[in-house]
Design a protein around this ligand. Sequence first.
Ligand SMILES: Cc1cc2nc3c(=O)[nH]c(=O)nc-3n(C[C@H](O)[C@H](O)[C@H](O)COP(=O)(O)OP(=O)(O)OC[C@H]3O[C@@H](n4cnc5c(N)ncnc54)[C@H](O)[C@@H]3O)c2cc1C
Length: 311
Amino acid sequence: MSEIIVIGSGVIGLSAALDLQAAGFQPRILTRDLPQATTSVAAGAMWSASDLDGRLRRWAEVSLRRFLPLAEAPVSGVTLQRMREVYAQPVPDPWYRDLLPFFARVPARHMPPHMQDGYLMDLPMVAPPLYLSKLQAEFLGNGGSIETRAVASLSELSDEAALLVNCSGVGARELADDAEVYPIRGQTILLESHDIAQGYMDNAAVDHIFPRGDGVLVGGIKVAGDWNRQLDPAVSADIISRVAKIEPSLGRAKALRQFVGLRPGRAEVRLEAERLSESCAVIHNYGHAAIGYTLSWGCAAEVAALARNLL
Ligand SMILES: Cc1cc2nc3c(=O)[nH]c(=O)nc-3n(C[C@H](O)[C@H](O)[C@H](O)COP(=O)(O)OP(=O)(O)OC[C@H]3O[C@@H](n4cnc5c(N)ncnc54)[C@H](O)[C@@H]3O)c2cc1C
C-alpha cells in the first residue's frame, strides 16, 4: 500500500505531488490524462492576482515567490513578461505592487479605446507545455511514478493508500460528487511570432496576448457550462480578428497549435481534508477556475502541511 496517491496530473496535481516529495513523502500519481492532455496545457498562463483576498491572496503570493526565481532560468518554462493590463474603470494600485520587479501605470496615450486605467507590470509567464514537462520530469526524477488510470470513485482507492489528494479539476464534479463544479470552456491559439515585446490583457481577462518562450499565446473565451472539448474554428477566427485589432501583426502570424481547456469552475476553491474511512483520508484540492497557475504553489504548500498533520 502506498502512503499517498495524488489523483490528477494537471498543474495542481503535479505541484502538490512535488511539495509532498519535498516534505519527505513518496506519493504516486494516478491520472486519466497525462499532463500534456489536461486543461492545464491549454492555459495562458500568467500569474494573475488582481482581485484576490484572504487565503487566495496568500496562496498567490506563495506562488509568486516560487515563480520569480524560476523566471531567471528560461529552461524552467517560466519567463518574466512586461504586461499591459487595462480596465474600463479607474482602479487602485494592486495589493502585490511592491512584490513585483517592475510596476507603473499605463500612460493615457497607450490606453486602448473604451479603457480608462491600467497597469504596466513584469509578471511571471508560464509556457505550460514546457513547464508541465519539467514538473513531470522532476517528480519522476525524485522517484515518483505516474499511472494512467481513470478513477471511478474515491472509495475505489481507500484500500490502496492512507491519504488521497484529489486534484481532478473539473473531473471533481463526478469524483467528489460535487455539483458545485462546472466547466468554463476556454480556447487559445499559439502563434509563431517573436515581435511582440509587451503582453496585453483586458480586465475581464478575455482578450489576451501573452508573449512566451514558445511563441505568442492569444485568447480567448470563457463559456460557463460548456463541456465541449473540440476546437471550434469560428471561435479561433474570432480570437485572431480581435487580437489583430490590438497587435495587427498577429493577424498574419502562423498558428502553431490550438488548445481547448475546461477551467474547473466553482464558487470557491475546495482545499480541505475529509475522512473517507478509518484508514483513509482525502485532501480535496480543486475548483481553481481561471487562476490555477496563480494559486498552484500556495495550494501545494497547504496540501503538504495538511498531509503532515494527517499522517
Ligand atoms: C484558456 C485558458 C487560459 C488560462 N489562463 C490562465 C492564466 O493565465 N493563469 C492562471 O493562473 N490560470 C489560467 N488558466 C486556469 C488554469 O489552467 C486552471 O485553473 C488549471 O489548469 C486547473 O488545473 P487542474 O490541475 O486543477 O486541472 P486539470 O489541468 O484539468 O487537471 C485535472 C487532472 O485530473 C485528472 N482527472 C480528472 N478526473 C479524473 C478521474 N476520474 N480519474 C483520474 N484522473 C482524473 C485529469 O486527467 C487531469 O490529469 C487558464 C485556463 C484556460 C483553459
